[in-house]
Design a protein around this ligand. Structure first.
Ligand code: AMP
Length: 610
């Protein structure tokens, strides 16, 4: 018998969650469901994301509400659109075998009319982000006078995002006798205060120690010089061939730049930040969920509420400004009982921050060493061998070629054949990593070096080693930067690493290539047609590399390139990042680190800072 039955959950719901693979309740479900099912308590649950919170409150709601009535009886408030959709979807899934359960998701950035229509049709559970909810309340389009339960999910995040006043206004429209259930990953004093304000003697449940991170997360830090940070980061990624990670940066600009550099270097990566439209964000998230992206480069705000299982690594490319955010970041891995690694890449001046985080999460970091080039080669080699071992063979398709292949290998022993297959890839790793420097910061000279390195990163861009070329293809031809890079490399047979800035316009684009490659590009594009149209390449009158302006944003869609130089498929090199560092980049449209245009989303109330 499914143990959820023993917790008091009825059969049709248990059947639905069994189909979702819920065989045993998670600890928070085990402890909170019996309490919440009484329907008579306010409740505070201190729990990390990924612990099964949604079912912990969702299942009791399905038990407690009267679904013969079509008016709002429960309101779930959460910080982000992503989480709102996730919760709505989860509850609908739990209620799959129940009748007349109406759950509506209310969030900004989507048609309010659709949401109003759904509300009008009758709804028992409203899952909402505060801003849009308030908008609908102000339009008098919803009646919360019969709400029995309010859930404040990720309460700390909602406060972080400045939703305190909106929450106050929303809750003032609900009856005094409703029960409030609050869930939060951390319990800063602000959350304490709202718990006090809205609740009457709540039942408190702490999963693990207060503010303690998930026990399944290993925390590691690497100390590198600032100038080596990007190379070190890539080496960590390369040393984890199966990585499926989220990389956190501090600003939108940094996020965009790291993502662009990674793409250029041949990685399956993309950026997620607040300057993207909702549609762009959805697209990126879809690709990440589907695993066509291996690395998601995100700001704290944009990554809130991301619920993707099996994230293997969280990488703090930059440490967050506030310690609590480290907990949120690392909580994106090790979900649903899995193991995960949270990595911080720091300079030695930031060691103090690591110690502070350790105190907050109640767990020690392991000091890790940036792997040597040899380590990476070995790791990659065995990942490849493993892949070869596991690959599915299409017997019918390959059969016709087998005699010729056998013929070709007739002279070779099995061992020789294996050696050659392995070398095919391994040689590339070796080429790339031979003479790879030690990237671990020497303990003694770090401070001086860190400062120098930081400046070095920015100063190294903008040299006149590039020529700007015009091409008569652009966004109207459905090219984004990534596509265009692939198209240019494929046709001109140059490596992506020699391509500089790409500026996609409407019917044309500009791209930079190493001066030495101009002739090859021009020659190889001779006679190339795109959809029946001759492709024209010309040297642009504007001369050599200029600082990157806030151009259009690449819209996803770029897969790992094959062939070429580095073993990530052509584009990669450790030094590759520096070239563009002095540029504005991304779609922030402003200068480097210009925060003047911050949105509310990017202006969290300051809490515990380092
Ligand atoms: P949540 O903390 O609610 O976002 O849940 C994290 C993930 O764990 C989600 O993908 C859930 O579908 C999954 N999950 C929640 N409860 C269980 C359970 N009892 N057994 C297996 N998976 C679960």
């Amino acid at each position: 018998m499914n143990p959820f039955i023993n917790l008091g959950i009825r059969h049709d719901i248990v059947n639905a969650i069994s189909e979702l693979g819920f065989e045993n309740p998670t600890p928070i479900q085990e402890q909170s469901i019996p309490v919440l099912l009484t329907g008579s308590n306010d409740f505070v649950g201190l729990a990390q994301t990924g612990t099964g919170k949604t079912a912990a409150f969702g299942l009791p709601l399905l038990e407690l509400l009267d679904f013969e009535e079509n008016h709002p009886q429960a309101l779930v408030l959460c910080p982000t659109r992503e989480l709102c959709l996730q919760i709505t979807n989860d509850i609908k899934n739990y209620a799959k075998h129940m009748n007349n359960v109406n759950v509506v998701a209310v969030y900004g950035g989507a048609s309010i009319q659709d949401q109003l229509r759904q509300i009008k049709r009758g709804v028992q559970i409203v899952v909402a982000t505060p801003g849009r909810m308030l908008d609908i309340i102000n339009r008098k389009a919803i009646n919360f006078s019969q709400v029995r339960f309010v859930v404040l999910d990720e309460a700390d995040e909602m406060l972080n995002m400045g939703f305190q006043e909106d929450i106050d206004s929303i809750l003032s429209t609900t009856p005094d006798e409703k029960k409030t259930w609050l869930f939060s990953a951390t319990m800063p004093s602000e959350v304490r205060r709202i718990a006090k304000k809205y609740m009457d003697n709540p039942f408190e449940l702490t999963m693990g120690e207060k503010n303690t991170g998930n026990v399944n997360i290993e925390h590691e830090y690497y100390v590198v010089r600032a100038r080596d940070k990007y190379a070190a980061f890539k080496r960590i990624v390369d040393n984890n061939p199966e990585i499926f990670g989220i990389v956190f940066c501090r600003t939108k600009i940094e996020t965009q730049e790291i993502a662009e550099s990674l793409i250029k270097d041949g990685y399956n990566a993309d950026a997620l930040h607040g300057d993207l439209s909702q549609q762009q964000r959805d697209k990126v998230m879809k690709r990440y969920r589907e695993r066509s992206l291996q690395l998601l480069i995100a700001t704290d705000v944009a990554a809130r509420g991301i619920d993707v299982n099996d994230v293997t690594h969280v990488i703090n490319y930059s440490l967050p400004d506030e310690i609590e955010n480290y907990t949120h970041r690392s909580g994106r891995t090790a979900r649903a009982g899995k193991m995960g690694v949270s990595i911080a890449i720091i300079n030695s001046k930031e060691l103090g921050k690591i110690r502070q985080i350790e105190r907050v999460i109640g767990k020690k970091f392991v000091k890790a060493e940036i792997p040597t080039g040899f380590d990476v080669c070995e790791k990659q080699l065995f990942a490849l061998i493993h892949k070869v071992h596991k690959v599915e063979v299409n017997e019918t398709q390959i059969e016709q070629y087998i005699p010729r292949i056998m013929d070709e290998f007739a002279e070779l022993s099995k061992e020789d054949v294996i050696k050659r297959f392995a070398s095919l890839e391994f040689n590339r790793f070796l080429d790339y990593y031979q003479n790879a420097p030690d990237l671990n910061a020497p303990a003694d000279d770090f401070r001086r070096d860190g400062e120098r390195g930081e400046r070095g990163m920015r100063d190294s861009g903008g040299k006149s080693e590039y020529t700007r070329l015009f091409i008569n293809l652009g966004s109207v031809d459905e090219f984004n930067r990534g596509d265009l890079l692939g198209y240019i490399c494929n046709n001109s047979k140059i490596s992506g690493r020699t391509v500089g800035k790409i500026d996609v316009k409407g019917v044309y684009s500009f791209f930079e290539v190493n001066n030495g490659d101009v002739e090859q590009v021009m020659n190889n594009f001779k006679g190339v047609e795109f959809k029946g149209r001759e492709v024209r390449i010309e040297v642009s009158g504007e001369g050599t590399s200029s600082p990157r302006s806030g151009g259009e944003r690449r819209e996803g869609g770029y897969q790992r390139r094959e062939g070429g130089g580095g073993y990530r498929g052509g584009g990669r090199r450790e030094g590759g990042f520096n070239r563009d560092r002095n540029s504005g980049g991304g779609n922030s449209g402003g200068g480097f680190r210009d925060f003047s245009g911050k949105t509310r989303e990017e202006r969290p109330e300051r809490r515990r800072r380092f």
